[in-house]
Design a protein around this ligand. Structure first.
Ligand code: F6R
Length: 359
């Protein structure tokens, strides 16, 4: 039930701090150590490479997860779009392990891959929000997202839950393998910081409503740019905007803009820059200056520690590997308010269904 919310999407955005806390409760003990099925951990430890397979927003969560598995558990990780992998399987490593990310657990494209994986007798894990869903039943292992039912077609809390759970799993795997980066990573503390940071962002709704009205309501198109994890979040926030507000939006690696797409920048084209990674902050800022020089209207979403006086939205500082959990929230709210102010049905955008059971 939506309670006093006009749309489920806003309620689900607001629930994210609690979803972070819930995942901490379910998957971490009092000492902050992950509590993960031992057989699952052994199977993951035996793998020489992880293959994350997913569609849409879940694919975008996988892009962030891959960085967590590589940096915390030191295991090479690839991320693939289900519909591509299903009919164009790349050469696999000797001991692959498959991770399916799927909110609904019913996505046909992802299931097609799982059927192939099962035929080849490879171990697999489904991370899903729906117990007993098809992909949960058909994979070797399952972990639940505990995000509560997600009703709005545009996925929000399932995305952040997928990232948080992958952080916990990467920590668990890294610890099991004696990786120093995993030992030093206090995932419990980080999730607590993230939950508070999310709360601070969702408490600023009027700011996002105003920004959406000023910069996104009338535009035919918009760009989100970033590097590394900020690029992954650019893809996700662009998808949010296009699916519910019908603004043509693209997420770009900020260094790629100048290789062609910058030709699309005109006077007042909105360009949203996400800056949370210290090693590339300066580069993305130069890319923003390049589009500004061509008339773009820029909005910046920046971690406190990297902020400059003119930045638009400041994110509380968390571990650099966890910033996606915060930097996505402004994008979710901007998409929400653009759709709302256009008078659209935020929860049920045209042409879309909550779970996509055809290939
Ligand atoms: C976008 C969205 C879709 C889903 C995709 C995969 O907001 O919701 O892109 O993420 O259809 O769905 P699941 O995660 O159920 O496999």
């Amino acid at each position: 039930d939506k309670g006093t919310y006009p749309f489920y999407m806003l309620k689900e955005i607001d629930e994210q701090p609690n979803v972070m806390r819930k995942l901490s409760q379910v998957y971490l003990n009092d000492d902050g150590q992950p509590v993960i099925n031992a057989e699952l951990l052994d199977a993951l430890k035996a793998a020489d490479r992880l293959y994350i397979v997913a569609a849409g927003t879940s694919y975008h969560a996988g892009l962030v997860g891959a960085r967590l598995f590589e940096s915390l558990a030191n295991v090479p990780t690839e991320v693939h779009v289900s519909s591509e992998f299903a009919y164009n399987q790349p050469l696999l490593s000797k001991k692959p392990f498959f991770i399916f990310l799927t909110q609904s657990g019913e996505t046909a494209d992802s299931r097609e891959v799982l059927l192939n994986v099962n035929e080849q007798n490879f171990p697999s894990l489904t991370i899903t929000n729906v117990p007993n869903s098809t992909l949960s039943r058909e994979a070797t292992y399952t972990l639940l997202l505990h995000a509560g039912p997600e009703i709005a077609v545009a996925s929000t809390k399932a995305y952040t839950a997928q990232i948080a759970l992958q952080a916990i799993l990467a920590k668990a795997l890294g610890e099991a393998d004696d990786q120093p980066a995993a030992k030093d990573f206090d995932v419990k503390q980080q999730l607590a910081l993230v939950a508070n940071g999310m709360q601070a962002l969702v408490d600023e709704k009027a700011t996002f409503d105003k920004l959406a009205k000023a910069d996104l309501l009338k535009t035919p198109n918009a760009f989100y740019i970033g590097r590394g994890l900020d690029y992954a979040v650019s893809l996700e926030t662009a998808l949010k905007l296009k699916e519910i507000s019908y603004v043509q939006a693209e997420g770009f690696a900020s260094g790629e803009l100048k290789h062609g797409t910058i030709a699309l920048i005109e006077k007042d084209t909105p360009v949203i820059g996400i800056i949370t990674q210290q090693n590339t902050a300066g580069l993305t800022r130069s890319n923003l200056q390049e589009v500004e020089a061509r008339g773009a209207k820029t909005i910046t979403i920046v971690t406190d520690a990297l902020a400059k006086p003119d930045d638009t939205i400041i994110l509380p500082t968390v571990d650099e590997r966890m910033t996606a959990l915060l930097s996505v929230v402004p994008g979710q709210l901007l998409a929400y308010y653009t759709s709302l102010n256009k008078g659209l049905d935020v929860d049920k955008p045209r042409n879309l269904a909550k779970s996509v059971t055809v290939e």
